[in-house]
Design a protein around this ligand. Structure first.
Ligand SMILES: Cc1ncc(COP(=O)(O)O)c(C=O)c1O
Length: 400
């Protein structure tokens, strides 16, 4: 009898964590490495949020909370959805969890039976297919293309849906591509879903506040209210308020689903950290100038990185609408020979030779289900980004 659960055989370790680990190892050996693998803002949590947490500790808000979260936070979440997304949710239709990750996991745990399919546009965030697999479902990748700006088309969605499809997972702006859908693009997908009444939508809007230029963020239940009854709208404070370590994510949706997720969470972690929940109340209800300021900084970095990558030989980098990632193609460099003498056959070879030759750590696209590409996280200073892009230019110029 095997000791480890069968479910583990269906799961891959996170490629993004593996890259960060490799970069750390090389650094500890004294190598000069620039890590562009991490998916978290390099800013500190705003002071008003930290202060709210300290005040919560001093008030003695240090006990178990209700499983789905403290009422003031759930009310703040309902108010946020109304204010920013024009979505009407009662606070009882909301749930708070230990990071956005737990919201997603528990939604899958609460709904998937063996054989249920979940459509995931690729490139996708590495955890979606793994979570689906752990929960016994079958991830179904629906490919996008660089020509379509890495966005799922109505045709590709229609093709991916079968009688076994339970969910479509949407993520706009996207990790890893930064692609974000306009209202028209969402409406085209919603029209397909209207013809498939059994398919639910989980929309991961984690990067909502990070969109650039005159792009305006929309979420699917807002664009097509007929989908409201089968949409779980998920979000969190991690990326928008530089609160990755506080571990607060949230969602709103039909009451029956929220109750099922509450039941699972009640047998698992129970309520999220009480202090972090009070901090999140301040993040959502307090001044929002932090968000606008960082958005402007990220936009400058995006423009720098896109421009420098497009000057690198053989690299094609579309301009993403949001998040803090770019997802350039290295297709033209496949088949070339690296300074080590090895031939670059895949995007995984490309990133490993780049790390070896120039000490720049990025993540290969095939880990996100679409390549040959690579993901750069530009959540780091302009000076480091400029240096990293110079090294990438030098590396691609050296390929024979
Ligand atoms: C698309 C996406 N969803 C969810 C998460 C998880 O967020 P959290 O840190 O709140 O668990 C991440 C984090 O990298 C992400 O990129």
């Amino acid at each position: 009898m095997a000791f480890l659960a069968d479910a583990l055989s269906r799961v891959k370790p996170s490629a993004t964590i593996a890259v960060s680990q490799k970069a750390r190892e090389l650094k500890s050996q004294g190598r000069d490495v620039i890590g562009l693998g991490a998916g978290e803002p390099d800013f500190d949590t705003p002071d008003n949020v930290k202060k709210a947490a300290i005040e919560a500790i001093n008030r003695g808000e240090t006990k178990y909370t209700p499983v789905s979260g403290i009422q003031p936070l759930r009310e703040a979440i309902a108010a946020k959805f109304k204010r920013e997304n024009n979505l009407d949710y009662d606070w009882k239709q909301t749930i708070v969890a230990t990071g956005g990750k737990q919201v997603l996991f528990n939604a899958m745990m609460a709904t998937l039976n063996a054989g249920d399919e979940v459509v995931i546009p690729s490139p996708y965030w590495v955890s979606y297919p793994e979570m689906v697999s752990i929960c016994g479902g079958t991830p179904v990748a629906a490919e996008t293309s660089i020509e379509n700006g890495f966005k799922l088309t109505a045709e590709a969605l229609e093709k991916a849906i079968t009688p076994k499809t339970k969910w479509l997972i949407m993520n706009s702006p996207s990790n890893p591509s930064g692609a974000a859908y306009t209202a028209e693009e969402l409406k085209a997908l919603a029209d397909v879903l209207l013809a498939h009444p059994n398919v639910w939508v989980l929309t991961d809007d984690m990067y909502e506040h990070l969109t650039y230029g005159d792009f305006r963020f929309h979420t699917i239940a807002e664009v097509e209210p007929k989908l409201y009854e089968r949409t779980l709208t998920m979000n969190g404070v991690s990326k928008a308020y530089a609160m990755t370590g506080w571990r607060i994510g949230y969602a709103a949706g039909p009451l029956e689903l929220i109750k099922a997720m509450d039941m699972i969470q009640g047998q698992q972690t129970s309520g999220a950290c009480s202090i972090a929940q009070w901090a999140a109340v301040e993040a959502l209800n307090g001044p929002q100038d932090f968000v606008a300021r960082n958005k402007a900084i990220f936009q400058g970095r995006r423009d720098l990185v896109v421009s420098m990558l497009n000057q690198a030989r053989g690299i094609k980098c579309p301009v993403p609408e949001g998040a803090f990632y770019v997802y350039p193609s290295c297709a033209e460099l496949i088949g070339k020979s690296a300074p080590s003498g090895r031939t670059i056959e895949t995007d995984e070879d490309f990133v490993s030779e780049l790390l070896e030759a120039e000490g720049v750590a990025v993540v290969h696209g095939s880990a996100f289900g679409l390549g040959p590409n690579f993901r750069i996280s530009y959540a780091t200073s302009e000076a480091l980004l400029e240096e990293a892009c110079n090294r990438i230019q030098r590396f691609t110029a050296s390929l024979k």
